[in-house]
Structures are given as structure tokens and as C-alpha cells.
Design a protein around this ligand. Sequence first.
Ligand SMILES: [Zn+2]
Ligand SMILES: [Zn+2]
Ligand SMILES: [Zn+2]
Length: 169
Amino acid sequence: MKDKVLEDIPFGLAREAGPEDSSRPGRAASLLSEELLERKGVKPTAMRLLVLKALAAQQEPVALSDLESCLETVDKSTIFRALTLFLEHHVVHAFEDGSGILKYELCHNPDGCSVDDMHIHFYCMRCHRTLCLPSVRIPIIELPEGFEMESVNYMVKGLCPHCKKSGGA
Ligand SMILES: [Zn+2]
Ligand SMILES: [Zn+2]
Ligand SMILES: [Zn+2]
């Protein structure tokens, strides 16, 4: 079943691009946005495409307020509704960044993703940025019987390399 789905993946979407690619915005931006939405069962309206493109242009996970400032002409509730729909259809991932703010990032898997495909996020307590660490895999934990994992959010807090350097000076 998986093979069949893989066959009709449009160019650029194939899985062989390494996990480190998910840190680069270019990969998501190169996807055909309409196709991506349709594949995930979302009707690609002009507004949704606009929100999707704004998300794809981000270098790191962003808060709703960040998207609002990129999309000044778009009504805030429209952005929020699109994001909620994207979440339901697994177009984006959302996680709490450790400071109480919800951050969104594009899902880079055209066919849904498993814990193996997910990565750790790092929250810098000084510059308040949330960084993707795609090279660090989320450790697989064993749940007690009867529990089923759907998603996992792994946040590490501390100082990013840039802040660590400037702080030590
Ligand atoms: Zn995903
Ligand atoms: Zn920092
Ligand atoms: Zn990430």
C-alpha cells in the first residue's frame, strides 16, 4: 500500500532526501502547494494557499502572531481557521514551545508521519527562538499496556550557539 502511494508522489517529494532537509525551507516551498493540500484532503482555496506559502517560507517554527505579521492583508481569523484545518489534516505540526506559545511548522511527510520521522525542538531562553534539530531523533519510549501513542513533543530548553557565544563574552 505504501509503495503505491509513493509512486505518484510529485517530483521533490520523494523520501530519499535526508531528514536534515526538513530544516531548509526550500524543500517545502518547492512542493506544489495545491497538490500538497489535495493529497492531505484539504481543498486548496486561495487563502489556504497563501497561509501555506507563508509557512513554507519560514526558517523555523512560527507562532500565529508571526504568520499574522507576514500576512498583513489577511484577516487573523482566516489565518487561524486555515491553521486549524491544516492541523486536523496533518499539513502542519503544532507544539508548545516551552514558553507557553504554540508554534507551527509544516509537516514534511506527504503520507503522514510516525515518531521515527519526528525531531527534537530546541527553545533558546535568551533569544526566544524555537529551532528544529532534525538530526536529533526523538527517543522511542515504551508506554504501559493499553496506551497508544499518536504524537510526541520533545522540547529542549537552553541557549542556542549564538546566544551561548555572546553570553560568554
Ligand atoms: Zn507530520
Ligand atoms: Zn538564542
Ligand atoms: Zn521542527
